[in-house]
Design a protein around this ligand. Structure first.
Ligand SMILES: NC(=O)c1ccc[n+]([C@@H]2O[C@H](COP(=O)([O-])OP(=O)(O)OC[C@H]3O[C@@H](n4cnc5c(N)ncnc54)[C@H](O)[C@@H]3O)[C@@H](O)[C@H]2O)c1
Length: 344
C-alpha cells in the first residue's frame, strides 16, 4: 500500500481505549472510522480520538470508507462473522484475542483470509510488553545459559462475588471458559515466544467464586520442544496483594547459568547469578505506560507489515498454536491427562 492505510475500528468497548492511541502512534496508518452497534459508544470514542466517521453497521463502514484494513475489537463469539465480512470485502484484518471459541473455527478463519488474499493478524500484545521483550533479548544474549523453566505467578486480585464481578468486563460472570481463555492465554503466548513451541499441556482448574460460571483459578504446565517447562499459575479468586500494588504477575526464568526475574512490585528486571550476585537490567516505572507501549508495538507491527509486505510478528496462523495450547489446557483439566498440543 503506497500511502497510509485507511483503517476502521469495530467495537468501541472496554479495551478499545488502548487501540485508539496506538493507531494514532502509527506512522503507517490512519484511523478514519469507528463502528459500534451502540452508536453512543462509537460517537464518544470518535470524539475522544478525533475520528470523523461513526457507524453502527460494519458492512456499511467498509463500503463507504474505502478501507484498507479493519481492527476487530469485539468479543470472541463475534470474530468469525466480522473477519469473514472483512475478508469478503478484501480488507486486511487485525483481530483481538481469543481468536474464536473453537480451534476449528479459528482455523477456518485463517483459511478464509488466505483464500481471500488478505493479511490476518491477532492483536496479541503481551509479548510486546517491555519485560517480555527484555527477557527474550537477555536469553538470546546468553545472560542465563540455557533456559529450562519459566514460572509466572499472577497477582492475586479477587473478582467481586456479586454483579458486576469485574467493573470493566462484567461479562466475565457468564463466560464458561474464563481465566485461561481470557487472561492466561496472554502468558502462553510469550512462553512460546521465549521457550519455543508447546509440546504437552497439563492443567488443573477450579471455580471458587459462586457468582461466576467459568474457572477463576488455574495451574497450567507446558513443556516446550522437550527441553523446557513453563508453570503458569493464575487466580482471580482471592486478594493477596498489598493495597495499590500492580496487577502484573511475577515472572522467573531459570537457566543453567542463572535466573532472570521480572519483579512487578519493584518494577524491574534482574539477573541473579549463581551465588546470589544480582544486577538490575531494566526498570519499568510506569506500568500503564508499558501497557500502552505494548499496544503501540502490536498495532504498529500490523500497520507496518501490511504497508511494507513483511511478515507479522503474531500472525493469526502463528496464534493458532497459542490458542491450541489454551484449549489443550481445558482438555487436560477435563480429563486429568497430559494433552499433546498437536492433537488439538
Ligand atoms: N490486554 C488485552 O489485549 C485485552 C484486554 C481486555 C480485553 N481484551 C479482548 O478484547 C475483546 C473485547 O473486549 P472488551 O472488554 O473491549 O469487550 P466489550 O464488550 O467491552 O466491547 C465490545 C464492543 O463491541 C461491540 N460490538 C459487538 N459486536 C459488534 C458488531 N457486530 N458490530 C459493531 N459493534 C459490535 C459491542 O457493542 C461493544 O461495545 C475480547 O475478545 C477480550 O478478550 C483484550
Amino acid at each position: 500500500v503506497p500511502g497510509k492505510l485507511r483503517v476502521g475500528l469495530i467495537g468501541c468497548g472496554y479495551i478499545s481505549f488502548q487501540h485508539g492511541p496506538a493507531w494514532r502512534a502509527s506512522e503507517d496508518a490512519e484511523l478514519v472510522a469507528v463502528c459500534d452497534q451502540d452508536e453512543g459508544r462509537a460517537g464518544a470514542r470518535a470524539a475522544e480520538w478525533g475520528v470523523g466517521a461513526v457507524y453502527r453497521d460494519a458492512a456499511e463502514m467498509i463500503e463507504r470508507e474505502r478501507l484498507d484494513a479493519i481492527d476487530v475489537v469485539t468479543r470472541p463469539q463475534t470474530h468469525t462473522a466480522l473477519v469473514g465480512l472483512g475478508a469478503s470485502r478484501g480488507v486486511h484484518l487485525l483481530c483481538q484475542k481469543p481468536l474464536a471459541p473453537t480451534l476449528d473455527g479459528a482455523r477456518a478463519m485463517v483459511e478464509t483470509c488466505e483464500r481471500a488474499g488478505v493479511r490476518f493478524m491477532v492483536a496479541e500484545m503481551w509479548r510486546h510488553l517491555p519485560w517480555w521483550r527484555d527477557l527474550r533479548g537477555q536469553v538470546e544474549a546468553g545472560a542465563i545459559g540455557e533456559p529450562y523453566h519459566l514460572r509466572v505467578v499472577g497477582a492475586r486480585r479477587a473478582m467481586r462475588r456479586e454483579a458486576p464481578v469485574n467493573e470493566n468486563q462484567p461479562y466475565f460472570a457468564a463466560m464458561p471458559k474464563l481465566i485461561v481463555y481470557e487472561m492466561m492465554i496472554h502468558w502462553i503466548d510469550p512462553a512460546r515466544y521465549v521457550l519455543g513451541e508447546v509440546e504437552t499441556v497439563y492443567a488443573r482448574m477450579r471455580r471458587v467464586n459462586p457468582a461466576i460460571v467459568g474457572e477463576d483459578w488455574a495451574l497450567v504446565v507446558l513443556t516446550h520442544a522437550g527441553r523446557a517447562t513453563s508453570q503458569l499459575d493464575g487466580s482471580w479468586a482471592n486478594d493477596a496483594e498489598p493495597p495499590g500494588a500492580t496487577r502484573e504477575g511475577d515472572v522467573v526464568l531459570e537457566g543453567t547459568e542463572g535466573v532472570l526475574h521480572f519483579a512487578p512490585h519493584e518494577r524491574e528486571l534482574r539477573v541473579v547469578k549463581l551465588g546470589g550476585e544480582t544486577s538490575v537490567l531494566a526498570r519499568y516505572p510506569e506500568m500503564a505506560e508499558s501497557f500502552q507501549r505494548a499496544f503501540d508495538g502490536c498495532i504498529g507491527d500490523f500497520a507496518n507489515a501490511v504497508r511494507t509486505g513483511r511478515a507479522f510478528e503474531s500472525s493469526a496462523e502463528d496464534n493458532l498454536k497459542t490458542l491450541g495450547a489454551t484449549f489443550a489446557a481445558y482438555e487436560s483439566a477435563r480429563t486429568g491427562e497430559v494433552v499433546r498440543a498437536e492433537s488439538m
